[in-house]
Design a protein around this ligand. Structure first.
Ligand code: FES
Ligand code: FES
Length: 1005
């Protein structure tokens, strides 16, 4: 049919199918700011504004559930229609829309995938209500799920934009600098008592390190380097390209949990017009590999094939199809005839070990460490530190309990998506939304039968990953189809596939036993974890290893009272961590932000809470009395290192005590002893409580993870910084750029960041293990220091060549700042002059350097997480009112991006604590594979969140940084559970804390 409509003021006439969705029609017309995150109207990423005419303000609608035919003759606004272009030569600069500018200025953009829809939803609100209260803003944003920000900064952005629009100022310039001091409440935001009415604050509280030195760019809340393009919905993501002749790839998934494929007939599918290829296990080489995106050698079993004659979970791969359209590909899947010989399925991990049913009986299986496939064991961990049994004997009391943590999904709003094609040199190009481009190339080369040099992996912007894209999940499918057809292929998971055929957090059943003296000294600590890796062992060993490594390490159980000091070197910790990671016929587990550590901290910290309460000790003092301290060895550092040789490692910096003090003050912990605040006037069924959890993480994997950077100087004194590191929305491009800018003495604007492309950027292991700021950052600093030396050499030559002077300066006497090389006496040359001199005038050479960094240590960040809750004693409903997190992450490179990480992490962790859970029936079929059934926190459901950074100056990094990205996942669930315990006196020992679980616990009290 012919469709006529107006998009962003342009009248369009298009030929579309009667059943075409508006989403596809708009994207095909080049409006890539309209995003895809689901297919049932539940994520809001595809939203646009629709109006009957040019004058009427548009209403927000989701285009994925709307037929294009429904908008015949209507007026549509997408993000591209809102405003703003950067300077295009002589054409000048148009300002961003006020909302876009506010999103840039407040740091409201992380991955930016939801940003266009958030801005349009906000515009619809402000068009009808120019003076909204915060609840209205949250309501307006509630229809657009954001998995990155925790909604703090987007809400603040809308409030700021509303204020600007009311004052009719509008954005006046193209200056996108972030206004420092925005966090101060204005008089109108203060209530009569001076309390803050607006919950949201852009910038965190920052307690600076005593050793902090003055800096120009490092430590400042700089605007993200990609913020402006993301706020305009520029085609930055994997799927924002159109290639001539591109086919659509699709996967036929198994409907049964465990079976052999006895017969497969794809002839009818192949005969369907428009089908370019159908591949079954008979068509492609059988190469065993692991989908876990980790360094070589992969620390886990090789137990996966692109396609196999056996399926191991509902959602496993059966066949691949490439066709001209989505509909044809779908129809082809339905024409593939498969006969399954069903095998008994293991759904409960407690049934796995020793079961007669063997999930991995293939002869090609490659063991790693202690995997025992005939026992359905993917990995086995046995770590003994000190003498745990002697520690238990030393104890006055023994506490033992069992806890469960559930399977949850990463739920990045951009699904897994990949485009593959042959380039003009017959090299295979893989354009993919991945956290690990270099691992993708290395791992896929043998699977595809190509040497790595004939593969190029390009990572565009990523719409969130959270570990889900640390998996080589669909790139092989797309590549096989391009190899089979010779044509470009695009493959994108549906939201249902994300829930049924992707990766997830390992569910675990954890038993803890702790010995304690009557004075509260812990004498021994033992944990056993039964961890469910699902059908494949990707990340099995390393995730579960971290469960003990980073949670049990916080309480070393020396068995002595250390007073204010540290444990003497001759006193050993008494810690045991055993785990079995078992195969089941459920969707595979994998990497998920926190990487096994949240699974450890829920049991560890709720167990600690129980001990403190039963001994009548102050919960916070009890924790601090026993917690690891600076100057002590990491208890696991002599015992375990992800299957490799361990190296002893001393904790250099730890501000846990100060974090506890700061957090306690922020949440008013002292009122815990006063009972009045616990009840809600005229609602006697409601009870309030406070909870705390102390946590630590790690920073990179020592002696393994490597990052590299290359820096090149341009004619105008700007710099290209190429990194293999992968910014998945975290802001790593920005903080790496800030470090380079600081060393080179230029504003961030003069640093042109590029990440990442295996052809052009140096190697980096990718974005995981909280390592980018630390490892890749150190590589950037090293490269920048080498470039700075070269600049100083040229600058010294230039200064010494000033005619008619006896001027003599050595390069090392020069300082770089304000875009100049400056001598102590004030003589200077600009960096532009240096660049022109070195490129064009004398002794010509390119000023550039490449540097790599691998760390021998993994300095832990520490944090105190507090929660305030209200519990409905009649329904069991838990409402989290406040979350306060005080952290020691070393020095903070950028308070805006760092606090965004904490807010987003706390939001994800809150979902883990109270509502998220992947559910399956007895046959292993998913019960909630959609956003409406699997609850992700919305803007209107969030508690007040406060972030406090307590800086330390970590001596192992040139700028003193430690990791920030994963630690917010660790403490929320136990802090909330402890607050519930505080409120109503019951301890729930399984996540999530659903109303039913709390209600049952109250009944059994
Ligand atoms: S609501 Fe349309 S893509 Fe999710
Ligand atoms: S910034 Fe919202 S989904 Fe990433």
């Amino acid at each position: 049919m012919k469709l006529s409509l107006t998009v962003n003021g342009n009248h369009l006439e298009m030929e579309v199918k009667v059943n075409a969705r508006l989403l596809e029609v708009l994207r095909r017309a080049g409006y890539f700011g309209v995003k895809h995150g689901c297919d049932d109207g539940t994520c809001g990423a595809c939203a646009v504004l629709i109006a009957p005419d040019a004058k009427t303000p548009g209403k927000i609608v989701n285009t994925c559930t709307m037929l294009a035919a429904q908008v015949e003759g209507m007026f549509i606004t997408t993000i591209e229609g809102l405003g703003g272009i950067q300077q295009h030569g002589w054409k000048g600069t148009e300002p961003l829309h006020t909302l876009q500018q506010a999103f840039v200025e407040t740091g409201a953009i992380q991955c930016g995938y939801c940003t266009p829809a958030q801005i349009l939803a906000a515009k619809a609100l402000l068009d009808r209500e120019p003076n909204p209260i915060e609840a209205q803003v949250r309501d307006a944003l509630a229809g657009v799920l954001c998995r990155c920000t925790g909604y703090v900064k987007p809400v603040e952005a809308v409030m700021q934009a509303a204020k600007t629009l009311r004052s009719d100022l509008g954005p006046q310039t193209a200056d996108h600098s972030l206004p420092i001091g925005l966090q101060e409440p204005t008089p109108e935001e203060l209530g009569p008592e001076g309390e803050t009415l607006t919950q949201t604050r852009v910038l965190p509280k920052l307690i600076v390190a005593p050793t902090r030195t003055e800096t120009q760019v490092f430590g400042k809340p700089e605007v993200k380097v990609d913020a402006v393009k993301l706020v305009q919905g520029k085609p930055a993501f994997t799927d924002d390209v159109e290639l001539r002749g591109m086919l659509i790839g699709k996967i036929l998934h198994s409907p049964v949990a465990h079976a052999r494929i006895t017969h497969i007939d794809a002839s009818r599918a192949r005969a369907l017009p428009g089908v370019a290829a159908v591949l079954t296990w008979q068509d492609i080489p059988r190469v065993v590999y692991s989908t876990a995106g980790q360094s070589d050698p992969i620390p886990g079993p090789l137990d996966m094939f692109s396609l196999d004659s056996k399926v191991r979970f509902v959602g496993d791969r059966v066949a691949f199809v490439a066709a001209e359209t989505d509909e044809i590909a779908q129809e082809a899947l339905e024409l593939i005839q498969v006969q399954y010989e069903e095998l008994p399925a293991i759904i409960d991990p407690r049934d796995a070990m020793g079961n007669k049913t063997i999930i991995h009986d293939e002869p090609e299986y490659v063991n790693f460490a202690d995997s025992e496939p005939h026992q359905n064991i993917a990995a086995k961990i046995r770590i003994d530190i000190g003498d745990v049994e002697a520690g238990f004997k030393q104890a006055d009391l023994i506490f033992e309990d069992e806890y469960t943590v559930q399977k949850v999904q990463q739920a990045h709003i951009e699904p897994h998506v990949c485009v593959t094609y042959w380039d003009e040199d017959d090299r295979l190009v893989i354009r993919t939304s991945t956290q690990v481009p270099f691992h993708v190339r290395r791992i896929l080369a043998p699977v595809l039968g190509l040497p790595p040099k004939r593969i190029r992996v390009i990572k565009p912007r990523i719409g969130g990953g959270f570990g889900g894209k640390q998996e080589v999940l669909i790139e092989d499918v797309c590549a096989h189809l391009t190899i089979a057809t010779g044509r470009p292929v695009r493959l994108e998971y549906t939201r249902e596939e994300e829930f049924t055929a992707s990766r997830s957090r390992h569910p675990m059943r954890v038993r803890i036993k702790t010995g304690v003296k009557n004075d509260g000294t812990i004498t021994a600590n033992a944990m056993y974890a039964l961890s469910d890796t699902g059908a494949y062992g990707c990340h099995a060993l390393t995730v579960t290893g971290n469960t003990g490594h980073k949670s049990m390490a916080l309480y070393p159980a020396y068995g002595i009272d250390r007073g204010d000091g540290v444990a003497p070197p001759e006193v050993s910790p008494n810690v045991r961590f055993y785990a079995d990671v078992v195969y089941t016929n459920t969707p595979p587990s994998g990497a998920f932000r926190g990487y096994g550590v949240p699974q450890g901290y829920f049991p560890v910290d709720t167990h600690i809470e129980r001990i403190a309460r039963e001994l009548g000790l102050d919960p916070l003092e009890f924790r601090l009395k026993n917690a690891l301290r600076a100057g002590e060895d990491h208890p696991f550092s002599r015992a375990w290192s992800e299957g490799r040789e361990p190296h002893p490692e001393k904790i250099q910096t730890c501000a846990l005590q100060q974090c506890a003090e700061q957090g306690a003050a922020a949440i008013n912990w002292a009122r815990g002893s006063n009972g009045d605040w616990r009840s809600v006037p005229s609602k006697p069924w409601l009870r309030k409580g406070l909870g705390v959890a102390l946590v630590m993480q790690g920073t990179a994997i020592p002696y393994l993870d490597m990052g590299a950077a290359s820096i090149k100087m341009n004619d105008d004194g700007s710099f290209n910084v190429l990194v293999g590191a992968t910014d998945l929305g975290t802001g790593s491009d920005t903080v790496l750029g800030q470090m380079a800018a600081e060393v080179l003495g230029v504003p961030l604007d003069d640093i042109l960041m590029y990440s990442s492309d295996t052809d052009f950027t140096p190697f980096d292991k990718g974005a995981y293990a909280s390592s980018t700021t630390y490892i890749s950052g150190a590589a950037v600093v090293k490269a920048a220091q080498q470039v700075a030396e070269q600049i100083k050499e040229v600058a010294a030559e230039m200064l010494n060549a000033i005619p008619n002077t006896q001027y003599r300066i050595r390069p090392e006497e020069l300082a770089l700042h304000d875009k100049k090389a400056i001598a102590p006496d004030g003589h200077s040359v600009t960096l532009e002059q240096v660049a022109l001199e070195s490129l064009h005038h004398s002794n010509q050479r390119q000023i550039m350097a490449v540097a790599s960094y691998m760390s021998p240590v993994s300095p832990p960040p520490f944090a105190a997480q507090f929660a305030e809750v209200t519990v409905d004693t009649e329904t069991g409903q838990v409402t989290v009112d406040k979350l306060v997190m005080a952290l020691d992450c070393g020095r903070i490179v950028n308070p805006a991006t760092a606090s965004g990480q904490i807010e987003g992490g706390m939001a994800q962790a809150l979902g883990y604590g109270v509502c998220e859970e992947m559910l399956f029936d007895a046959k292993g079929r998913s019960l909630n594979p959609r956003f409406d059934a699997y609850r992700v926190m919305r803007a209107d459901e969030m508690p007040q969140m406060t972030t406090i950074f307590v800086e330390t100056d970590e001596p192992t990094h040139p700028f003193g940084v430690k990791a920030v990205a994963e630690i917010p996942m660790d403490g929320v669930a136990p802090a909330v559970a402890n607050a519930v315990y505080d409120a109503v006196g019951v301890q729930v020992k399984g996540l999530p804390l659903t109303p039913e679980k709390v209600w049952r616990a109250l009944r059994e009290k």
